[in-house]
Design a protein around this ligand. Sequence first.
Ligand code: AMP
Ligand code: MG
Length: 401
Amino acid sequence: MISVDEHRAQVTELLGRRPAVSRPVAECAGLVLAEDVTAAVSLPPFDNSAMDGYAVRSADVAGASEHAPVELSVGADIPAGRVDVPALPPGTAHRIMTGAPMPEGADAVVMVERTDGGTTRVRIHAESAPGTHVRRTGEDVTSGTVALEAGTECGPAQLGLASAVGRDTLAVYVPPRVLVVSTGTELVLPPEPLVHGQIYESNSVMLGAALRALGCEVTTVRSVADDVDSFRAAIEPRLADIDLVVTSGGVSAGAYEVVKDTLTGAGVTFTKVAMQPGGPQGCGTWDGVPVVTLPGNPVSVLVSFEAFLRPAILSSLGHADPDRTHVRARLLETLTSPQGKRQFRRGFYSHPEGAVTGVVGPRGGPASHLLAALSQANCLIVLDEDTTEAAADSEVEVLLL
Ligand code: AMP
Ligand code: MG
């Protein structure tokens, strides 16, 4: 038996680091930068007005007030986007809009609300110190400096900045194309009616959603019968276009374990991991393509995804911290756990207003087929290998899903 941490390290090593590819900036949301983004321009790229108003020489409006306005002739209009801005002669003003370039000679802007709004002559009711309402070249970003470092996760603000400094594409780690395979002769796809002894297939839908949430491109083979020839025939032709295969079922200790029977000695190592649920696990390669084999029970599938696949995929995509948020929470009920195994119980976490710590209660028992309880959970309660009982009111570790 190997530990959860050992298996996680093996799956992480198997997936390695994804290649960096160039993508349009607008398609990089949620991805991690594989390059430093150096600013091709300063931000702002030129001195410009922060207000709609009048560009002036501050000396020309010195002493202006409500009672003693200064009157200047208006020389030009400067809307945003004007590229042939005339200089400002002494004793005059240019009407200027937000984002328009400051004319040479002007050192301040008077907002339109402090004027009579005139278009040929303007009465100005307030002084304006040098620099007032002027946005300076480079006060946000200096041309030639690194605006975004490699390893940065691209959210809306980062993508906005990349565009503002002139980028149309970015080098990012591209999520894998994943083939999700559900094995089991008992599996039927809705809305096909069930015959006694059959069940509806659910693992591929669950895994597909979890993988897509990480940006993966997912294709599924939803029900492969438990015989080696069918399994091979369903998967082998697809391996050329796939970066990762994730299977469910067919890896435990019984007979008819199709995944184990096909891939043992063919590049995949099957092990028992000291955890509950999700003990039987495997990983390796199939014709050079990474394969992670999960057990079949639905709860085991999602717990295995959280314990192994999610962190390994996020690491492969360049995320420095691939872990879920951990918190300590007060347990509402006593729970027991097998000695020597890390137990992941499904729980519901909440943080009552004013309380120092949150509280957590289990949803369903430890059994790995209780899908409805899983659907009511918003966290996993983690009881470590040495814990055999966690008493009500004690603090436990919780992974927020
Ligand atoms: P196995 O690991 O193949 O022995 O499967 C363990 C349990 O999970 C059995 O009760 C299976 O019927 C069930 N199971 C396996 N695969 C799926 C699936 N894709 N959807 C729903 N249940 C499944
Ligand atoms: Mg099976």
